[in-house]
Design a protein around this ligand. Structure first.
Ligand SMILES: *Cc1c(COP(=O)(O)O)cnc(C)c1O
Length: 394
């Protein structure tokens, strides 16, 4: 697509990252299974050594299949170029490694995804990087925490367990003023609903496993980069051997084409479920930034153009067997990790035990919901029967 940057997001979802004329007129790009790439002459072989990230020279470094996916996502999100990884966590680990060295200091939001914390605590610290957790609601106050050796400020907004919306522009502005790289886990908003490169972010990380793939099958990660950040991220990915399989990349590109319509439905259903849950006597509060009255609603409204299907509700304190009676008998909600697929999910989460910079106070269990693509009334009926079982077990 020639004038990709002028098109609206839904148009980009359909057209970015493909050139049918270059491929027998076939709409979808082919899936290249590649390790070895042959060079016709010694001169061509040696030229590839001089420009290793631009010439297709080995499967691990990039193929037309990975390039198509990266080009499409970068166009939708408004980044310069993207780099793919085999999972969201691999993308996080690669991006953090790209901008840190021994002696550096990293500011990590206390609301970060659990495995991100574990990578920091178990791996980065072993290589001499100090990781300090900060209050996700710090805003411009991040300035006071930035030291001369702070190399990365890492954000996740909203937090994927507790849904605090961060003031990304204020944090990014303070970080930029100090010459610090800004990394954001943008999985919740997807490349559609929050535009990181308009808000000072250098690298936007995605668990493409979630809404981009969208069908609970393939795993993929993405680092979408500004022009300045791309060479560092790409080089680090190549050094680590960070790459993804061609069939999974194809599923990512295929998922991207329908992500716009899927997200609209996920959002609508998540709001319907959240409203219904908020009126239940068993629920003390609902955490969904797109609902008026939510603590993060004003920032969400200022910076985001939509919401996905992921939110949480805090229940009144209940004995575990009563909660189990509700969860074990659900017919439509599956209990399990991950999210972003077509099916609805439910999961008790435990932020209190993992936080260190802030305390998470909860009266009872925090339950995370993923609103899938099922009919909202059917989902509500499933939850209603669940609450009946819960109350009967009290
Ligand atoms: C799932 C998730 C990841 C990790 O993605 P994987 O593909 O499962 O490795 C990263 N960040 C957030 C916010 C996630 O929910």
């Amino acid at each position: 697509m020639k004038n990709a940057r002028d098109a609206k997001p839904d148009t980009l979802l359909s057209h970015a990252g493909r050139t049918p004329q270059a491929n027998f007129g076939i709409i979808n790009p082919p899936v290249y299974h590649a390790s070895t790439v042959l060079f016709p002459t010694l001169e061509a072989l040696e030229a590839s050594d001089r420009n290793p990230f631009e010439i297709i020279n080995y499967g691990r470094v990039g193929t037309p299949t990975s390039h198509a996916f990266e080009e499409a996502v970068a166009a939708v999100e408004g980044g310069y170029r993207a780099v793919t990884a085999a999972s969201g966590l691999a993308a996080i680990a690669t991006a953090l490694s790209a901008f840190t060295k021994a002696g550096d200091h990293v500011l990590m939001t206390d609301s970060a995804y659990g495995p991100t914390r574990r990578f920091c605590n178990d791996v980065l610290t072993r290589y001499g990087v100090e990781v300090e957790y900060y209050d996700p609601l710090v805003g411009a106050g991040i300035s006071a925490l930035i030291r001369p050796n702070t190399s990365v400020v890492y954000l996740e907004s909203p937090g994927s367990l507790t849904f605090e919306v961060q003031d990304v522009p204020a944090i990014a502005e303070a970080a930029k003023a100090a010459g610090t790289t800004v990394l954001l886990d943008n999985t919740w908003a997807t490349p559609l609903y929050f535009k990181p490169f308009e808000h000072g972010v250098d690298v936007s990380i995605h668990a493409a496993t979630k809404y981009i793939v969208g069908h609970a099958d393939a795993m993929l990660g993405l680092m979408v980069c500004s022009e300045d950040a791309w060479p560092t991220v790409k080089k680090t990915a190549v050094r680590f051997g960070t790459c993804a399989g061609p069939d999974d990349l194809y599923l990512g590109l295929r998922g991207l084409r329908t992500m716009g319509v899927r997200l609209k439905r996920h959002q609508e259903t998540s709001l319907a479920l959240a409203d219904w849950l908020a009126a239940r006597p068993e629920v003390t509060r609902v955490l969904h930034p797109a609902r008026p009255g939510d603590a993060g609603h004003a920032l969400w409204k200022r910076d985001f153009t939509g919401a996905c299907g992921l939110f949480a509700a805090e229940f009144k304190a209940v004995p575990k067997p009563a909660l189990a009676a509700m969860l074990d008998g659900l017919e439509l909600f599956g209990m399990g990790y991950s999210w972003g697929g077509f099916e609805s999910l439910i999961l008790p989460v435990h932020p209190t035990s993992i936080r260190t910079a802030t305390t998470w106070k909860a009266e009872g269990p925090l339950i995370r919901f993923h609103a899938g693509l099922e009919d909202a009334d059917d989902l509500i009926r499933d939850l209603d029967c669940g609450f009946t079982r819960l109350n009967a077990a009290l």
